[in-house]
Write a protein that binds this ligand. Structure first.
Ligand SMILES: Nc1ncnc2c1ncn2[C@@H]1O[C@H](COP(=O)(O)OP(=O)(O)OP(=O)(O)O)[C@@H](O)[C@H]1O
Ligand SMILES: [Mg+2]
Length: 259
C-alpha cells in the first residue's frame, strides 16, 4: 500500500516565476515526513507537485521527475486522476461538501473515481474509512446528517476519511491542523501516527512541536528573498534537524530566530 517517493531536481513555475528550484528528496514508505520553513518558501507549491494538484492552477508547471515506487508521475500517458487516487491530499481548511451527508462525503472520492459498488460494500467502506480516521464512534448514529454539522476537528477527520476511502498509497497534508484547537490537533496527530503504518505521509506544518512530535524526517525549505525561488535547505532525521542541524539557517529557523 505504502509507496516510496523520489524527487529528482524538481523546478516549479507559476508562468515565468520560478517558485521552487532544484528539489531532490527521497521519502520512505511507512514514515511521516514534515515540510517546514517560512511563509512563501514553496512548501505548498512543492507538496502539490507530488500529486499533480498544481495542474489545476493555470500557468503552473514543473521540470524534473517525481517517481512513485520508480514510476514517473509525469510520464507520457499517465492520467493525473489516477495519480491523485494513489496520492491523496488533505488541505488546510477542512473542506467537506457541506450539503452532502457524512456518508456521501466519505464516498465522494470513490464515486468520482467511478467505482460501482453495492450498498453493502459502500456501508462497509464508510465504516472502515471513518474508523481509520478515528471518527466512526462520533458519527455512526448520524451518517445521513450533513458534513457541515460537524466540529472543525471532526470535519478535518471526515476529510481524512474521504482521502483514505480511495485506498491511496500516499497522503499529503497541507497544514491540516492550522484551523483546529489543541485537542483536535492532538487527535489528528494520533491519527497520523496510526496511519503511517499503512501510508507514506507528508505533512506541511508551521508548528515546530508538531513536526517534532509526528515526523520521522524533516525537510527545511527557505527562500533567499522575495521573488527568489524556494529551495530545500536541509533534510534529515527529525531529531537531528531539531537538535544538531548542519546548516545555520535551519538552526535559526527551528530555534525561532527567524521566520
Ligand atoms: N497560484 C499561484 N499563482 C502564482 N504564484 C503563486 C501561487 N501560489 C503560490 N504562489 C507563489 O509561490 C511562492 C510559494 O508559495 P507557497 O504557497 O508554496 O508557499 P508556502 O511555503 O506554502 O507558504 P505558507 O507557509 O504561507 O503556506 C510564493 O511566492 C507565492 O506567492
Ligand atoms: Mg502553504
Amino acid at each position: 500500500m505504502s509507496k516510496r517517493i523520489e524527487v529528482k531536481d524538481l523546478n516549479v513555475y507559476y508562468s515565468k516565476f520560478l517558485a521552487v528550484e532544484g528539489v531532490s528528496i527521497n521519502i520512505e514508505p511507512r514514515s511521516v515526513t514534515a515540510f517546514i520553513g517560512p511563509s512563501g518558501c514553496g512548501k505548498s507549491t512543492f507538496l502539490r507537485t507530488l500529486n499533480r494538484m498544481h495542474e489545476v492552477i493555470p500557468g503552473a508547471r514543473v521540470e524534473g521527475e517525481v517517481l512513485l515506487d520508480g514510476e514517473d508521475l509525469y510520464g507520457a500517458g499517465v492520467d493525473p486522476v489516477l495519480v491523485r487516487r494513489q496520492v491523496g491530499m488533505v488541505f488546510q481548511r477542512p473542506n467537506p461538501f457541506p450539503t452532502m451527508s457524512i456518508r456521501d462525503n466519505v464516498l465522494a472520492g470513490v464515486r468520482l473515481n467511478d467505482r460501482r459498488m453495492s450498498k453493502g460494500d459502500a456501508d462497509a467502506l464508510v465504516e472502515k474509512s471513518l474508523t481509520g480516521a478515528n471518527l466512526w464512534n462520533e458519527v455512526k448514529d448520524r451518517l445521513d446528517k450533513p458534513g457541515s454539522g460537524l466540529s472543525g476537528g471532526q470535519q478535518q477527520r471526515l476529510c481524512i476519511a474521504r482521502a483514505i476511502a480511495v485506498s491511496p498509497e500516499v497522503l499529503l497534508m497541507d497544514e491540516p491542523c492550522s484551523a483546529l484547537d489543541p485537542i483536535s490537533t492532538l487527535a489528528i496527530e494520533d491519527l497520523i501516527d496510526q496511519l503511517k503504518q499503512e501510508y507514506t505521509i507528508v505533512i506541511v506544518t508551521h508548528n515546530m512541536q508538531q513536526a517534532s512530535r509526528v515526523s520521522d524526517r524533516t525537510a527545511f525549505f527557505n527562500i533567499a528573498g522575495t521573488g527568489k525561488p524556494g529551495k530545500l535547505i536541509e533534510y534529515d532525521d527529525t531529531s537531528t534537524i531539531f537538535s544538531t542541524p548542519s546548516v545555520q539557517a535551519t538552526e535559526d529557523y527551528v530555534s525561532g530566530r527567524f521566520g
